[in-house]
Ligand binder design. Structure first.
Ligand SMILES: Nc1ncnc2c1ncn2[C@@H]1O[C@H](COP(=O)(O)OP(=O)(O)OP(=O)(O)O)[C@@H](O)[C@H]1O
Length: 295
């Protein structure tokens, strides 16, 4: 369980984070989104114990991360926004090196490394890190974050710069990590992916949380569902209605904002001789929410 209270981070006199609080249960995925410079990386680095907040408290499973960041290391896997890999090392040597840092024995390292390379579909036999594609490098960095089988993963823009296929693979992989019981916090600019995979989303703006919760909570917060009522009217029949609507090539469309309004409109239209063709629910997307919030 992560418990953050009133985290503040100043870079000189600039408040990059300005009072962030949240709780996150084990085994959940939290997506952190916001415009460039909103404070996502700063928050993730604090959560990973890499930088200290100017003030505020943070505990992960009872460990005080601000006071004892080293104690968190064993159960934490961190993927930086840009991971610098040791270009001349092979993948095997690189992952072994990090396994050793975590005190794993050679057999355990080999087992875990093979398991990870297999699950990440990474075939880099004998290749040096400097010879790998961007997608392969990202997968190596993900394998590195998982070598010691940590319970908490903090991923800064895990799919940034990846092609759609690799990006999808990484998102599915993150989903699998949750099904293994791991807790994942990640930042991203691909809002569709965040929306798809996260149990909870936090929207940052200028170092503050402007909204957070499940996608359901956020949709409610940002103006809930609208219902689009598509209907047709019998050929040649004169059709007049009080219901506000648009018409294009014989296809009519009316919009309702509540279930009550939806029921009222469909009843009225039907009584007036229209046939309801279909009703579509429309939710505000994360992208629309970010646009609404502004920079
Ligand atoms: N080491 C630093 N020294 C001074 N200012 C910094 C430092 N790191 C970040 N900042 C500033 O803090 C603010 C938040 O930066 P941060 O990298 O956390 O944002 P972000 O939301 O991750 O942005 P992006 O989406 O572009 O990666 C920005 O205004 C940035 O310029």
């Amino acid at each position: 369980m992560i418990r953050a209270r009133d985290l503040v981070k100043y870079y000189n006199d600039f408040p990059a984070l300005d009072g962030i609080s949240f709780d996150l249960e084990d085994g959940a995925i939290l997506g952190i989104i916001g415009h460039n410079g909103a404070g996502k990386t700063t928050l993730l680095k604090i959560l990973a114990g890499l930088i200290r907040p100017t003030s505020g408290t943070l505990t992960v499973d009872g460990i005080d991360v601000v006071r004892r960041p080293i104690d968190l290391k064993r159960q934490l896997g961190y993927l930086p926004e840009e991971s610098r890999l040791y270009e001349t090392m092979t993948v095997d040597a690189y992952l072994s090196f990090f396994g050793e840092i975590y005190g794993m024995d050679a057999a355990a390292i080999r087992r875990r490394r093979d398991e990870l390379l297999d699950s990440l579909a990474l075939d880099a036999e004998g290749k040096k890190l400097g010879e790998l594609s961007k997608g392969m490098k990202r997968k190596v960095a993900i394998a590195r974050s998982l070598i010691h089988d940590p319970a908490l993963l903090i991923y800064d823009e895990p799919t940034s710069g990846l092609d759609p296929m690799t990006s999808r693979f990484v998102i599915d992989y993150i989903r699998d990590l949750r099904s293994q019981g791991k807790t994942v916090l990640f930042s991203g600019h691909n809002l569709y992916q965040v929306e798809e995979v996260c149990d909870a989303v936090m929207i940052l703006r200028r170092g503050k949380t402007v909204a957070s919760g499940s996608m359901h909570d956020l949709r409610e917060m940002f103006g809930s569902i609208t219902y689009q009522i598509h209907f047709i009217v019998p050929d040649g029949a004169p059709f007049t209605t009080e219901v506000a609507h648009t018409e294009h090539d014989g296809l009519y469309l009316a919009t309702a904002r509540t279930v009550e309004e939806l029921n009222r409109i469909t009843a009225t239209l039907t009584a007036e001789g229209a046939a309801i063709e279909r009703i579509e629910s429309q939710y505000p997307t994360l992208e629309e929410m970010l646009v609404k919030i502004g920079k």
